[in-house]
Design a protein around this ligand. Structure first.
Ligand code: SR1
Ligand code: MG
Length: 421
């Protein structure tokens, strides 16, 4: 039985037993004795309500979109339809990389509620990175995830009519895309109302805003974001969108799902790993700092290596779409390896551009990340953020010239030694 169709109303811990006690998918997991349920609101993200609902039988995640941006309040309305796009993206990701995302048990479009699998004892990856914890197989799991979703959501694999129809649906997620277009690609580079940055960074902010060549490159990347519907992306794949144990990783929160460049997700992920890398001196003492920073760089190299290996495997075994068809290559006795090299180069170049831009927006725009924000002493934080900002600039400017992921890590080591303030 479905929940009664009523006008949208935000859930509360008090209303959950009454409202969800009539949903079969919920009682199947939690049982019907709603008096035994315990609901807690645990959302710490920027947008939504997230409840953990426990019973003696099981635990579920209940996520509900609010009609506004939670971080800012009701002065910034945001459509409930983002729950539809999150649900749709979770379903597609589960098909393309089985086991990588939470299983959806129930979706109520009118109430903007997704009821899904609770991962335990997983924790948010960003928190683990701040705590200096390592996760076995993280690189391979997320490299594979990015490759499988990028490849299998594109014209390399899908029937193009299906892909076009799906891309048309995702154009409806325009207000979430507008957040990315503004907060990520635009606001860091002018004095936008919602911006904030750590005291002391002003000279570098002026340098970035004065760099016309770099700003042009940023807008070239925005042109790709808004126009190159290469594949269905997660759209917000930072370390807060990953939950891990010591040896298992899952991807959550794809409400920013959209059709965009294949390098977008992997670029944003690498960016968040780099921000972890540069922020580590604010969290570790000298005894384990270098060792953990090296692990983060190995994570970056391992993730990108896994991405390219899996993308190559899919190229060789599942290239069934309209792009680079076998009829033009293998069937004529011609290798498609050179074409693959060019496609991978194109993805890498885009990934580096996105990476640099994300490194800027998390320090200069509205939504910062805990890696730096939890360094309370701004005299310690600002010089670390300065390295991050300046490497971001280099990545944007040099995105077509950096040879490979190892060169990116060498560059990070170099910037980690620099003094910019
Ligand atoms: C107003 S939303 C700000 C940020 O939070 C989300 O997680 C996305 O990263 C978005 O850019
Ligand atoms: Mg999110």
């Amino acid at each position: 039985m479905a929940e009664n169709k009523t006008a949208y109303e935000p859930l509360t811990v008090e209303s959950i037993p009454v409202r969800l006690g009539v949903v079969e998918a919920v009682t199947r997991h939690l049982g019907s004795e709603t008096e035994t349920w315990q609901a807690d609101e645990v959302g710490d993200g920027n947008l939504n309500l997230v409840f953990l609902v426990k019973s003696p039988k099981s635990t579920l995640i209940v996520k509900q979109a609010l009609p506004y941006v939670r971080l800012v309040g009701d002065s910034w309305p945001l459509p409930l339809s983002r729950a539809f796009f999150e649900n749709s993206t979770l379903v597609r990701q589960a098909e393309r990389d089985p086991g990588s995302v939470p299983e959806v048990y129930h979706f109520d479009e009118e109430q903007a509620i997704i009821i899904m699998e609770f991962f335990t004892p997983h924790a948010i990856l960003r928190k683990k990175l701040i705590a200096g914890e390592k996760v076995t197989d993280l690189a391979e799991t997320l490299g594979n995830f990015c490759a499988r979703t990028a490849f299998r959501g594109s014209d390399l694999f899908m029937a193009t009519a299906d892909k076009k129809a799906d891309a048309a649906i995702y154009l409806g997620n325009s207000e979430l895309m507008a957040i990315t277009e503004n907060l990520i690609f635009t606001d860091p580079y002018f004095d936008a109302e919602l911006n904030n940055h750590t005291e002391g960074l002003e000279p570098l902010v002026a340098t970035l805003r004065g760099d016309i060549e770099m700003k042009t490159a940023v807008q070239e990347m925005l042109l790709k974001f808004s126009s190159n519907a290469e594949t269905l992306l997660h759209g917000d794949l930072h370390s807060g969108s990953v939950m891990c144990t010591d040896d298992e990783s899952k991807v959550i929160d794809p409400e920013f799902g959209f059709y965009g460049p294949m390098g977008f997700d992997i670029g944003m992920l690498v960016s968040n790993y780099l921000m972890s890398y540069f922020s580590q001196p604010g969290h570790r003492n000298d005894a384990d700092l270098a060792e953990y920073q090296n692990w983060v760089l190995e994570l970056i190299e391992g993730t990108y290596t896994a991405f390219e290996a899996e993308f190559t495997h899919l190229w060789n075994t599942e290239r069934t779409g309209i792009l680079f068809p076998r009829t033009m290559f293998e069937d004529q006795g011609h290798s498609a390896d050179g074409a693959l090299t060019k496609v991978l180069q194109h993805i890498f170049t885009d990934a580096l551009g996105i990476c640099g831009i994300e490194m800027h927006r998390r320090l200069l725009s509205l939504a910062h990340n805990a890696d730096f924000e939890e360094i309370e002493d701004t005299a310690i934080r600002a010089p670390l953020e300065a390295r991050n900002l300046m490497m971001g600039r280099e990545l944007i400017r040099q995105r077509g010239e950096i040879a490979n992921i190892h060169a990116l890590c060498d560059m990070a080591r170099k910037f980690n030694e620099e003094t910019f303030l």
